[in-house]
Design a binder for this molecule. Structure first.
Ligand code: C2E
Ligand code: MG
Ligand code: MG
Ligand code: MG
Length: 276
C-alpha cells in the first residue's frame, strides 16, 4: 500500500539524512580546529597585467589541508563556515596571512604587488569589519592600495545601504574593491554606478564563451567598454586559451587571471613564478 511504501521511503530517506547530518557535524567539528591545528593554507594565483606584460598582483585562495579529507577546496567548506560563523575567524586569518605574504614579498625586493582577498557577506556584515581591515593593514604596515577586497553581488544585495557605506569607508582609506564573478548574478551595469568599487572581475562563464563565431563574444567586449567608461579596472577570470587572451587584449582588458598564466600556487611556487 501507499502507507507501506511511504514508510519504506521515509526510513530510507531518514537514514541518508541522518548520515548527512552526522557528516556535516563531523566536518563542522574539524573545521572548528583548522586554525589551531594549522590546517589552513593560501594559494596565490597571479594576475597578469595586459599592458606591462608583468604579474602585478595575485588572488589569495583558501585551501584546507585536512588529515581526514585531504586538500579541500573552498567550494566544499565556505558555505558551512558561513553557516556556523567560523568564516569570521577564517576570514581574519586569510586577510592577515595574505597581507603578511605581500609585505614579505616587498621586503624581499619584489616591488609593489596588489593582494586580492575574497570576503564573505558574513564578514562584511560584522559591525567592526572596517576596523578589522584597518587594524590588519596598520599592524602589518601594508599600504591600503595594495589590498583589494573581492565582493560578490549577492553579498551586496543583503543590507545594501549598510554594506555600501562600509565599502565606501574602506575606499576612503585607499583599499581597492573588486566586484567578483560579474555577470553571474543580478548584474546590471547601471547598478554598478551606485557601488564604491574600483574593479570588475568578469566571470569565467563569459570568458568561456570567447570562441570564434560565438554569439556571446560581443557581451564581454561591451562589458569591458562600459566598465572603462565608469572608470573601473577590468580583470578577466579563468582565461585558459591563447584565443581568449588575444580577444581580451584587443578589447583592452586590463588584467587577466587563469590557467593560461598560472594555476593558484603555494607560496614558494608563486615566488618562483615571479622570479622568472
Ligand atoms: P573566485 O573568487 O571566483 O575564485 C576563482 C576560482 O576560479 C578559484 O577557485 C580558482 O582556482 C579558479 N580558477 C582560476 N583560474 C581558472 C581557470 O583558468 N580555469 C578554471 N577552471 N578555474 C580557474 P577556488 O580556488 O576553488 O575557489 C573557489 C571559490 O571559493 C572562489 O571563487 C571564492 O568565491 C571562494 N573562496 C576562495 N578563497 C576564499 C576565501 O579566502 N574566503 C572566502 N570567503 N571565499 C573564498
Ligand atoms: Mg575571487
Ligand atoms: Mg570569481
Ligand atoms: Mg566564484
Amino acid at each position: 500500500s501507499a502507507k507501506t511504501s511511504g514508510k519504506h521511503t521515509y526510513r530510507f530517506f531518514d537514514k541518508s539524512m541522518q548520515d548527512a547530518v552526522v557528516e556535516k557535524t563531523l566536518m563542522e567539528a574539524r573545521l572548528r580546529q583548522t586554525i589551531d591545528n594549522n590546517e589552513l593554507r593560501l594559494y596565490y594565483q597571479p594576475q597578469y597585467n595586459m599592458k606591462s606584460g608583468q604579474i602585478d598582483g595575485f588572488e589569495a585562495l583558501l585551501r584546507w589541508k585536512s588529515p581526514d579529507y585531504g586538500m579541500v577546496s573552498p567550494l566544499k567548506f565556505i558555505a558551512l563556515a558561513e553557516e556556523t560563523g567560523l568564516i569570521i575567524g577564517m576570514g581574519n586569518w586569510v586577510l592577515r596571512e595574505a597581507c603578511t605574504f605581500n609585505q614579505e614579498l616587498y621586503a624581499h625586493g619584489q616591488g609593489r604587488l596588489c593582494t586580492a582577498v575574497n570576503i564573505s557577506v558574513v564578514q562584511l556584515m560584522q559591525a567592526d569589519f572596517v576596523q578589522v581591515v584597518a587594524a590588519v593593514l596598520s599592524e602589518i604596515g601594508l599600504p591600503p592600495e595594495q589590498l583589494e577586497l573581492e565582493i560578490t553581488e549577492s553579498v551586496l544585495m543583503e543590507r545594501f545601504e549598510d554594506n555600501v557605506r562600509k565599502l565606501g569607508e574602506l575606499r576612503s582609506m585607499g583599499v581597492r574593491i573588486a566586484l567578483d564573478d560579474f555577470g553571474s548574478g543580478y548584474s546590471s551595469l547601471t547598478y554598478l554606478k551606485k557601488l564604491p568599487i574600483t574593479a570588475l572581475k568578469i566571470d569565467k562563464a563569459f570568458i568561456d564563451d570567447i570562441a570564434e563565431g560565438d554569439n556571446n563574444i560581443a557581451i564581454t567586449g561591451s562589458i569591458i567598454e562600459l566598465a572603462h567608461e565608469m572608470g573601473l579596472v577590468v580583470v578577466a577570470e579563468g582565461v585558459e586559451t591563447e584565443e581568449q587572451f588575444a580577444y581580451l587584449k584587443q578589447k583592452g582588458c586590463d588584467s587577466i587571471q587563469g590557467y593560461l598564466i598560472s594555476q593558484p600556487l603555494p607560496p614558494e611556487e608563486f615566488i618562483a613564478k615571479l622570479q622568472g
